[in-house]
Structure formats: structure tokens, C-alpha cells
Write a protein of this length. Sequence first.
Length: 290
Amino acid sequence: MRSALFVPGDSEKKLAKGLGSGADALFIDLEDSVALDAKENARTVAANFLKTSVALKKRPQLFVRINAFDADMFEEDLAAVVPFAPDGIVLPKSEHGKDVTRLDSLLRVHEVRSDIEDGSTKIIAIITETAVATLNAGTYHRSSKRLTSVSWGAEDLSADIGAIRRRNDDGRYRDVFRFARVQTLLGAVAAGVEPLDTVYPDFKDEIGFHHECMEAMFDGFTGKMAIHPSQVPIINEVFTPSDEDIQLAQAIVDAFASAGNPGVLAVNGEMLDRPHLRKAEKLLLRAAKA
Ligand code: COA
Ligand code: MG
């Protein structure tokens, strides 16, 4: 998944717009972008949207971000949306791999009730929204087969630790947030799932956004979350491997294959060993998915 566009779950207009945004996934939000007294309406709007959109032939993946476990609304959220077979659930404020395992069990029950195939609802977890969560980013290995990606968030984390600023004047995140970002990247790879970079709230700043996408791509993130449709094409462009990258990766894979899969070889005077091969294979996988 390259681009995932957040859409407030109570906005029919934005949901409709999201379908044509070009995003690989929509994150239909029942959590932070929906006011407390609008939660019930958002569940109804989100459910109706899923009812009409899931069957569309060409559409983004449809995930629903439920409210966090500590808010005690997740049961109503799941009961409202799982019957309409979203592709997955986004779990905010996940503090440990055990939270994902707990959601896995809840989904099993809702799937049985709705006559949906066991295991078909995927999970994406946001894993750095508290200090505890950030320190536990390495606990997601084997948490659930449903887990496909993890991402991170700076807003709730800054509230949890009482940080006054998240970024320096040059736009770079300050250390605590860079730590959370790195924890997410390593936690994802350790768990064998995709690392998804966090949102960039200043949606009018295209240059800053492009720069942050590039940094994330260089570091190994496979995609980024968006809050505005204008951010989607930038994400898709940055996270789609170029033809040149694909050719190079294919040449490396071919060179290893035709040399009988050795540990190390030379191509154009450059040493290539197993990590180069693994990296090339990963890039080809990403290209195939895009
Ligand atoms: N998904 C789908 N459509 C969106 C959208 C989104 N996230 N954000 C904006 N749009 C639509 C608007 O409805 C508008 O449609 P129109 O041209 O048909 O009127 C168009 O895109 C341009 O929007 P714009 O006027 O630039 O922004 P806005 O002031 O309407 O909205 C936000 C700004 C931040 C409120 C809006 O982008 C938003 O709701 N983002 C998602 C917030 C969210 O889900 N946060 C939780 C995760 S952090
Ligand atoms: Mg939040």
C-alpha cells in the first residue's frame, strides 16, 4: 500500500470524493476527526458507504479506523461496519502486539456473526501514540496474521508526553518523534509487515510534503498516510519504483540466478552480495503491488 487517505466517517461528500482520489486505500475515520456527539451518525454514514462501495469493481481498499480500546466505543464501531465487509480495520493507540491479538479475536466473532470468511478482515495498527506504545513497537511479531501494516502518529504522542513542539524550524521532527518514526520502521520489518509513514497535516505545503515522502521512501517506508486528496498523487509518484529502479533490480536478480545463486558476484565492477539481492527482490515486489 502506497497511499492511504483519511476521510472523516461522517462526511458523505468526502467519502464520495475519496473513491476517485487515486488512493490505494481509504481510512474511513470514526475516531479523532469525528466529534463525540457525531459518532453514531458517522457509524451509519460509514456503514452505508461500505454497503454501496465494497461491490465496486475498481475501488481503493476500504479500511475503517475505529475508536481506541480505552474509549469504549470499539464494540459499537465493529458491530456497525464489519457486516459490510471492509477490507480492514485501523486500530489507533495500539500499545502492544497484544492489542492487535485482541482485535483479531473480536474480528473473528464479528465475522462469524456476519457470515464473513474467517480472517478476511485485515488490521493496520498505529503503534506510537503513547510513550508506552512507542517503547513496545517491537512486540508485533506473530500478533495476528491479519496485520498488514503499522504506522505512527505524532499528535497524540506529543499530547501524552507534553511536548510543546514536534518539529524544528527547518521542518524536521525533533528527536522524540524521530525515535517513534524509527521504532515504527524497525517494528514493521521485525513483524514482517509494511511500514506506513504518518500524516503531514499542512496540506497546502506541497514542497515540504514531497520532501517528507522522499525521506520516508529512502528510509524504507513503503507508503504514507494522507489527509487531503491533493497529497495522494505525490505519495503514489514517490512510492512507485521508477522503470530505471525496476530494470536495475531485475538485472541484479537475473545476475544471481544466471550465476547459479552464489553468495557474492560482481556486476559492472561493483560487488553485490545477498543483501543487495534481498533489496532488489523487495523492490520488485513493491513494483508488482503498485
Ligand atoms: N478526503 C476526501 N475528500 C476531501 C478530503 C479528504 N480527506 N479533504 C478534503 N476533501 C475534499 C473537500 O471536501 C473539497 O471537495 P469539493 O471540492 O468537492 O468541495 C476538496 O477536497 C478540497 O478540499 P479543501 O477545501 O482544500 O479542504 P477542506 O477545507 O474542505 O478540508 C480538512 C480540510 C483538513 C478538514 C480535510 O482535508 C479533512 O477532513 N481531512 C481529513 C481529516 C482526517 O480524517 N483526520 C484524521 C486523521 S489525522
Ligand atoms: Mg489520533
